[in-house]
Design a protein around this ligand. Structure first.
Ligand SMILES: Cc1ncc(C[n+]2csc(CCOP(=O)(O)OP(=O)(O)O)c2C)c(N)n1
Ligand code: SF4
Ligand SMILES: [Mg+2]
Length: 328
């Protein structure tokens, strides 16, 4: 994997020293030729992980396709903060779909391009976790099973943020949202529900499925470049922190995302045709408490007396992921 051949010289920050690298090894964002696909002036909250993730994904995809790229975008924060009429922060052909049909719109664009003989122009569909794992799920599954030539990217902030933090099928157990309140014996979202979209994508045996976080942006760029080098249906699930919905400091977005990976709660891996082919190892394993404590959506698990029983159940989820994906 090319990303691993790069020498890291600041072990603490895990920042790649771009100036020390050959121009071809530098990150897309470090190159003067980057496309600024999601440019400044949009209205995302300070520290928005979704804005950061989308910028890296789209710029990497633009570079991989030599600027010949179309994006279809589901309704959600990413669409709302980037396109308040009559303005737009997008610097590529960009189409707003409905909340639930971005994969189908992306498929239609890809089919039209094919009919016109424009195989050189590539298509990305993108949306939040609600648009992807809930309302858009049938369209996404159809896109997968037809093996349509689209990369679909889910920016997973684990709830419906745009409409005021309601639970989605990607909301983790015990998280407090507006629709999973902490009342009496109900400590937020219930256990045993929800969907694991990357695993469901893998079950379709599509050419490429990968997960990534905004804590390792070079890895994210690498996976986008890799996906755009393939044809057929591809799926990228990106963990993006949401300071407003999760109740953490804006400057903590990257740290929270890194802790999600380092606890094992969010496994970072790649899969091809239904088989896991690579996983990013945990560098410094930490207990889930370190990830949960800085977020107000989990505040009810701590304090006096707190809910150590619930924290132990969440730790068990992390431990299972570590074993299942070989993360240590
Ligand atoms: C059919 C339909 N139902 C509901 C809505 C309202 N709506 C717009 S965005 C959204 C939530 C988006 O959540 P998600 O996809 O997770 O994106 P996020 O805002 O969290 O990035 C909802 C419920 C809508 N636009 N269309
Ligand atoms: S609510 Fe969350 S996802 Fe939406 S713009 Fe703010 S930080 Fe980003
Ligand atoms: Mg969301």
């Amino acid at each position: 994997m090319p990303a691993e051949r790069i020498k890291y010289y600041q072990a603490g920050s895990m920042v790649v020293g771009n100036r020390l690298l050959d121009p071809e090894q530098r990150t897309v964002q470090a190159r003067t030729g980057r496309s600024n696909t999601l440019t400044s002036g949009h209205r995302a909250c300070q520290g928005c992980g979704e804005a950061l993730g989308a910028r890296y994904v789209l710029d990497a995809a633009m570079r991989a396709t030599d600027g010949r790229l179309v994006a279809a975008n589901a309704t959600g924060c990413l669409e709302v903060f980037s396109t308040p009429f009559p303005e737009t922060a997008w610097q590529l052909p960009w189409i707003h779909s409905l909340f639930g049909n971005a994969p189908a719109v992306a498929t239609g664009v890809a089919a039209a391009l094919k009919a016109k003989g424009r195989d050189d122009v590539r298509v990305i569909g993108q949306g939040g976790d609600g648009g992807t794992v809930d309302i858009g799920f049938a369209c996404l599954s159809g896109m997968f099973e037809r093996n349509d030539d689209v990369l679909f990217v889910c920016y997973d902030n684990e709830a419906y943020m745009n409409t005021g933090v309601q639970r989605s099928g990607a909301t983790p157990p015990a998280a407090r949202t507006m629709t999973t309140q902490v009342l009496d014996d109900h400590p937020g979202n219930v256990f045993g529900q929800g969907k694991n979209a990357p695993l469901i994508a893998m079950a379709h045996e599509i050419p490429y499925v990968a997960t990534a976080t905004i804590a390792d942006l070079r890895d994210l760029e690498f996976k986008v470049e890799r996906a755009m080098g393939m044809r057929g249906a591809r799926y990228l699930h990106v963990f993006v922190s949401c300071p407003l919905g999760w109740g953490h400091a804006a400057h903590d977005s990257i740290r929270i995302a890194r802790l999600a990976k380092e606890t094992g709660l969010f496994p970072v891996f790649e899969a091809e045709h239904g088989q896991v082919t690579a996983s990013s190892k945990i560098r410094r394993q930490v207990p889930v408490e370190e990830y949960l404590r800085p977020q107000r959506r989990f505040a009810h698990l701590f304090g006096d007396p707190g809910r150590p029983d619930i924290v132990a159940l969440i730790q068990a989820i992390a431990d299972r992921n570590i074993e299942r994906f070989g993360l240590v």
